[in-house]
Design a protein around this ligand. Sequence first.
Ligand SMILES: [Zn+2]
Length: 309
Amino acid sequence: MSAAQTRHAARESLAVRVATPIGVLFTAMAALSTLCGVLAAEPPALPQLPEPAAAMALPDVEVDSRVAANPCADGDVRAHLEAGDDDAAVASFGGGAEFREAVISGNAPCISLSDPARSWVVVNKQRPLQPESFAPASLSGIGLRTTTLSNELRPEPNRALEKMAADARAAGAGVIGVNNGYRSYGLQQRTYGEHVRDRGQSGADAVSARPGFSEHQSGLAFDLVACSPGCGSIEAFGPTRQGRWVAENGWRYGFIVRYEHGHTGTTGYAPEPWHIRYIGPELAKAYHDGGFHTLEEFFGLPAAPDYQH
Ligand SMILES: [Zn+2]
């Protein structure tokens, strides 16, 4: 009888693991009720029975299931979101893949892909920054060689970029420099306006994002150049040692190459191996491991080949 009950407990434990949260609750209640029945019927046998251990394991299982069912109610997720620690919040979902799954399935109402303050914001030709005049709360100067006056980023991607550049150099991939980091709405307005004057709106749209629609305005994106010893152009970056190293290893630091070859129909941009976007290490790992090539595809969003008007 003892062996039969052990097998029964093992089966029930497995059922708890795969059950839906409601199922977990009922299974747990059933297990507890079974246990109570056992206690009432055979009190002297209690020390030899395995049920108490199974019952003790139930709260952990229940906590895990509750996180999967409603991650936004999880204390760790809420605390990290309030503290602005986006990567830790993703980790509290169980990792980037779990975060992605929760967002896509509509199971993470506390996560907005439109919030420009978050590292998971998606900005494209159909998803402007909201508000379009958004500016990051904090910016810091990039501690690498820079080739324009657009030489700031938000602190988190900035630290990750400096670490990546140091590691690339130590690995023999040469010196990485930055062409453009953060660009304000005002700067984008002036730049785009000049292009419109020179080549008309469709001509301007081919080479410059409209103000309010550039990832550079989020403070999470930047354009890289290879500096060995002089710094080259952004267009030359892709095939350089630095460009290849970043494409291969950037995800380890929380980065993705945002506009890859062959995905213009989704991103709305021709390939830009120099344009790097920070999404944080947890999400970048899921992006890399899942073999994704666009942020739109990663988050199950519609393609954004062009502006709506
Ligand atoms: Zn760029």
